[in-house]
Design a binder for this molecule. Structure first.
Ligand code: KIV
Ligand code: NA
Length: 276
């Protein structure tokens, strides 16, 4: 089983093979997604919403994400693990950005980092890449700047398609190995994808990108509340777990659980068997 490397991203684009990504925040989902052949796992700062219960990603810290990233790294044999750099951990300049990237690489074993911003983050990307750390860019709607952007607004519509392309070019020229396009019209994403030699990864960027990425808890029907239009739900885990919890509660309250099959006896013969 060969590990996915950044060169496989480049090759996939050349050969027209789609790249698959999911977020993950723990070892158990990482094991499942890795075994399913998902190419890369992003330990997103979306953990702020999906794990920590915040309304935005803004409060998430490097210290929050490091243990989650470690768990995901421990779960994979093949997938490339991307650590997301949180708000306030890279914007002041290349030194801060490299310091944060070093923390993720040294303390978690992640294979790459991701940060938001095109033109505005190019120097940060350049410095991290120069240190031998692969960087995934992230442009279009960038959740860490949602207050500056005026909410969850689709980016790259109309005349701002040119700015999107300029951001994409800046990320590529800075040395990123791939770039996420979040919430942009399919046509703008197609134009960016054709203009770049590095793969584009769609998060609500339509079908013309070189790969797709989605927040796994949305995709598996575990998240409560509103799910973005671009997310297709592949499971209904919320109902599965709700039904399990209700059945468990009913069984415990009625005394149906635990029964003899799920209890231990003072039986030395059974113990000898178990110890073998
Ligand atoms: O944090 C995250 O999950 C992300 C992806 C949605 C791109 O940044
Ligand atoms: Na993110």
């Amino acid at each position: 089983l060969k590990r996915v490397r950044t060169r496989h991203f480049a090759r996939a684009k050349e050969q027209g093979i789609k790249i698959t990504g999911l977020t993950s925040y723990d070892v158990l989902t990482a094991q499942i997604f890795d075994e399913a052949g998902i190419d890369f796992l992003l330990v997103g700062d979306s953990a702020g919403n999906t794990v920590l219960g915040y309304d935005t990603t803004l409060p998430v810290t490097v210290d929050d994400l490091i243990p989650l990233t470690r768990g995901v790294v421990h779960g994979v044999k093949r997938a490339l693990v991307v650590a997301d750099m949180p708000f306030g951990s890279y914007e002041t300049g290349p030194d801060e950005a490299l310091h944060t990237a070093f923390r993720f690489m040294k303390e978690t074993g992640a294979h790459a980092v991701k940060l938001e911003g095109g033109v505005r983050s190019a120097e940060q990307i350049r410095r991290i890449v120069a240190a031998g750390i692969p960087v995934m860019g992230h442009i279009g709607f960038t959740p860490q700047s949602e207050h500056g952007l005026g909410g969850h607004v689709i980016q790259g519509r109309g005349e701002s398609a040119d700015a999107l392309l300029a951001d994409a070019k800046a990320v590529e020229e800075a040395g990123a190995f791939a770039v996420v396009l979040e919430m942009v019209p399919a046509e703008a994403a197609r134009r960016v994808t054709e203009a770049l030699s590095i793969p584009t990864i769609s998060v609500g960027g339509g079908p013309h990108c070189d790969g797709q990425l989605v927040v796994w808890t949305d995709w598996a029907g575990l998240s409560s509340g509103r799910i973005p239009k671009f997310v297709k739900q592949y499971a209904d885990l919320r109902s599965v777990l709700m039904d399990a919890a209700l059945a468990y509660r009913a069984d415990v309250e009625s005394g149906a659980y635990p029964d003899a099959d799920h209890s231990y006896e003072d039986d030395t013969a059974e113990q000898a068997l178990q110890e073998r």
